[in-house]
Design a binder for this molecule. Structure first.
Ligand code: ISL
Length: 576
């Protein structure tokens, strides 16, 4: 069969582990994780059994957005080490059959990148058109924040981090666009010289031996001509309807593919803002842009409130199942999913979709079972394999993240947040810093992360939740993740098998089968913190079955009616 959905690829069979270096392991006591620190933990990664490491940015950066503001694409920031350290890391990973995917952040650079420094010098600079400069709009009186008297920003777009997406630059009297922070000016992809620089830089990294790229906000690089005001009041951020999947995005990505990826067997994962399942094949399908897969976020928006990300709503299993099933079905024959509930921008999944109290272990294992048995490539974010939880923020002084700080400030200005307690409540639930606290290695001081003062607080639960302890405890989340990773590598059906929903209406139990030829697996997940009844449907009657994995002491091996325990997860093999 040459059905593109079942065509084999190394990256379809892989499990990816995301490292956020700042918070992974500090080897020199400056409180910030570094590359030699990662090298110390290579055997840990090999023991876990992951196949790919995705390293978030380690390039030279003023660190306003923790490295997503790059000042030099071809360098390693000295905080993280040297290029020689990075080369040793790559070799160490490859020796262990682990591939390396680097982060590609090319929607914007840091304002300290040489291109921007030269761009802002004068309107005649050869780098002027590397960025998006416009004149302000004339208005009567005050024009609003960040501009001179009588001038408003060129359009009404807002930044993802709160406030206007434009800043006025006095030197030349024009405004530049920054969809993220003021210090992250957007590159002008319309300019062929920009594209050329980026493609050359990508080739340079590939020639160094890396195995692919994770592409930051890659579907917003093309802005429409005239930069019209936002129209959709429900856009993820005001104005996003104008540039999400912008007019030339596929042309630019097609060019990137032809220039950089054609003829190589690299893995690419595009981080996509507000991508719908209908649009996904244009990027990842057979006739798409040649990207391996995309990160979509429909399922990570279910708990947004009426005011978007910085307001709180409720999610339900019914919705989670519906959204993820839509993605499973939508890319069944064309394209490939990435499976993720965690990353460095999201609160910890066990606190969000599970129970980080009484059933922390069980629910962390249940969520891992989901991401390792749906169809797609699983992503494990550092600490997820330990069941790490959100951080109990007690003061805004503990927050480091520019996104959190600015959005809280904007919400206060708009009157959406009134008291400090309200702000803290939201921060504890939503802040990206929940995922950015140091990796918990042991019960030693600072969780064994650093001998110095950590750049951000260590979660006080580290004496209980840490890698050293998890590795000697046979019942830990860590051991269960090892089992999940092994299971997936032993059973092709879990990688390539077709997804079919079982019991579409159950409010607490999500059950599905995966089918590949004669091979079949059944996954049963109880998302409730109490018992739930599971009655296998008659379509599964009579098939001999065997329990492959369960997050509790198993009672019986065959598929049968059962009272599932809180957050119980089961994976069965069925034979025809
Ligand atoms: O953080 C978010 C959701 O929790 C998003 O708004 C996020 O900013 C968006 O998904 C883009 O994220 C990526 O680009 C940002 C960077 O701050 C994030 O860390 C990165 O993953 C700008 O480069």
């Amino acid at each position: 069969m040459t059905d593109p959905g079942t065509r084999r690829s190394w990256w379809k069979e892989a499990v990816v582990y995301q490292i956020y270096p700042r918070s992974f392991n500090d080897s020199d006591g400056d409180g910030v994780g570094d590359i030699p620190g990662i090298i110390e933990k290579l055997d840990y990664l090999a023991d876990l059994g992951v196949d790919v490491v995705w390293l978030t940015p380690v390039y030279e950066s003023p660190d306003n957005d923790n490295g997503y503001d790059i000042a030099d694409y071809r360098s390693i920031d000295e905080r993280y080490g040297t290029m020689a350290d990075w080369e040793e890391l790559l070799a160490g990973l490859h020796e262990r059959d682990i591939r390396l995917v680097m982060d590609l952040v090319v929607n914007h650079t840091s304002s300290e990148h040489e291109w921007f420094r030269r761009s802002r010098e004068s309107k005649d600079s050869e780098y002027r058109d590397f960025y998006i400069w416009r004149e302000g709009r004339r208005v009567d009186g005050e024009g609003g924040p960040r501009g001179p008297e009588g001038e408003a920003p060129p359009n009404d777009w807002e930044s993802f981090f709160g406030g206007p997406a434009w800043s006025y630059d006095e030197r030349t009297g024009e405004w530049y666009l920054h969809l993220f922070d003021v210090k992250q000016p957007d590159l002008n992809w319309e300019n062929p010289a920009v594209r050329e620089e980026i493609f050359e830089m990508m080739e340079w990294w590939l020639a160094k031996g890396i195995d692919g790229f994770r592409m930051d906000v890659i579907n917003i690089i093309s802005k429409p001509e005239g930069l019209p005001d936002g129209e959709d009041p429900n856009a993820v951020v005001h104005g996003a309807d104008q540039y999400v999947n912008g007019p030339r995005v596929h042309e630019f990505l097609g060019e990137m593919y032809d220039r950089v990826f054609a003829g190589r067997d690299a893995m690419t994962v595009g981080e996509m803002v507000d991508l719908s399942v209908e649009e996904a094949p244009d990027y990842v399908g057979e006739d798409g842009d040649g990207m391996s897969m995309a990160f979509s976020f429909d399922h990570l928006r279910l708990d947004f409130g009426g005011n978007g990300r910085w307001s709180r709503g409720e999610w339900s299993l019914v919705e989670l199942r519906e959204v993820l099933s839509d993605w499973q079905d939508g890319l069944a024959d064309d394209g490939w999913n990435s499976l993720h509930l965690n990353n460095h921008d999201q609160p910890r999944a066990v606190s969000r979709f599970g129970d980080d109290g009484e059933y922390r272990r069980e629910s962390a294992k249940l969520l891992g079972t989901l991401t390792h048995t749906l169809r797609g490539t699983p992503y494990v974010y550092q600490g997820e394999e330990l069941g790490m939880t959100n951080y109990p923020f007690e003061s805004l002084d503990e927050v480091r993240d520019v996104d959190t700080l600015q959005n809280v400030a904007t919400a206060k200005l708009d009157g959406r947040i009134e008291t400090e307690e309200e702000a803290l409540d939201l921060v504890r639930y939503r802040s990206r810093d929940n995922a950015r606290t140091p990796m918990q290695w042991s019960a030693a001081e600072n969780a064994g992360f650093t001998a110095g003062e950590p750049w951000i607080g260590v979660n006080p639960n580290y004496p209980r939740i840490n890698a050293e302890r998890a590795r000697v405890d046979g019942d830990s989340v860590w051991h269960y993740y090892c089992d999940l990773i092994d299971l997936r590598s032993e059973h092709d059906v879990l990688v390539y098998g077709a997804y079919d929903l079982v019991l579409a209406d159950h409010e607490e139990v999500w059950a599905y089968t995966r089918t590949l030829g004669d091979e079949r697996a059944l996954v049963v997940l109880n998302f409730a913190d109490g018992r739930s009844r599971f009655e296998p449907p008659s379509s599964l009657d009579g098939a001999p079955s065997k329990l492959l994995l369960c997050n509790y002491e198993a009672t019986a091996s065959a598929v049968e009616p059962v009272e599932l325990r809180p957050y119980e997860a089961r994976v069965y093999r069925l034979t025809a």
